[in-house]
Write a protein that binds this ligand. Structure first.
Ligand code: PGA
Length: 224
């Protein structure tokens, strides 16, 4: 078997703790129908920071085959950086860490220089998944996992074509020799996911809106 297909749900700034608990209960109800489909797939949910310990506890106690990731990380270590969450706080809490999402670049002015530092910080405690908006986005050298997320496809219901996703994935791997895995993100649903994951160079998906619904997320896992 090759590398698992990776399905990462990015909850962004959504869900209270109560809502998250309900989500996992409902996702758990879907597991029976998923057991044959799980095969070579790895699913991750990236909630807001305060939910990370709670959700780790839930997945471990209820034996739910999802791991927990983060949506961002501080470029700094521990110290006088008000409002930041340094890598050490996330130690043993996260499997993957999304870095450089276009919303972070847009609303929080994250530059190539900052993102390079964030990749270093995230690598101390997880596998960074570096988001790029095109094949020309600068990717730090150590990065192995990339998510191609064309801005016009994010949250619009207008996914890119799988052919374009494949073309960009190939170009990213050609230009960045350490990249082993390229995910596609942008309006992924259970209806279009397999069109992307069947492409030879697309190793999984980064799912925003559709990951907020546990039944739809389970269906995405099933279909990909
Ligand atoms: P979307 O978001 O699935 O809601 O388009 C994707 C993302 O921003 O990662």
């Amino acid at each position: 078997m090759g590398d698992p297909t990776l399905i990462i749900g990015n909850w962004k700034a959504n869900k209270t703790e109560e809502e998250a608990v309900v989500w996992f209960d409902s996702f758990r109800d879907q597991l029976a129908s998923l057991s044959d489909e799980w095969g070579n797939k790895q699913a991750v949910i990236c909630p807001t920071y305060p939910l990370i310990p709670t959700l780790n506890k839930i997945v471990s106690e209820k034996e739910i085959p999802i791991t927990i990731g983060a949506q961002d990380i501080s470029e700094f270590g521990q110290g006088a950086y008000t409002g930041e969450v340094p890598s050490i706080v996330l130690q043993r809490q996260i499997t993957f860490c999304i870095i450089g999402h276009s919303e972070r670049r847009k609303y929080f002015n994250e530059t190539d220089e900052i993102l390079e530092k964030k990749v270093v910080a995230a690598s101390l405690v997880s596998t960074p998944v570096f988001c790029v908006q095109s094949e020309n986005t600068k990717i730090p050298e150590s990065v192995r996992f990339v998510a191609f997320e064309p801005i016009e496809a994010i949250g619009t219901g207008k996914a890119d074509t799988p052919e374009d996703g494949e073309k960009v994935a190939v170009a990213i791997k050609e230009k960045n020799k350490n990249v082993i895995s390229v995910l596609y993100g942008g309006s992924v649903t259970s209806k279009n996911v397999s069109d992307f994951t069947k492409m030879p160079n697309i190793s999984g998906v980064l799912v925003g809106g559709a990951s907020l619904d546990p039944i739809e997320f389970a269906s995405i896992i099933k279909q990909c």
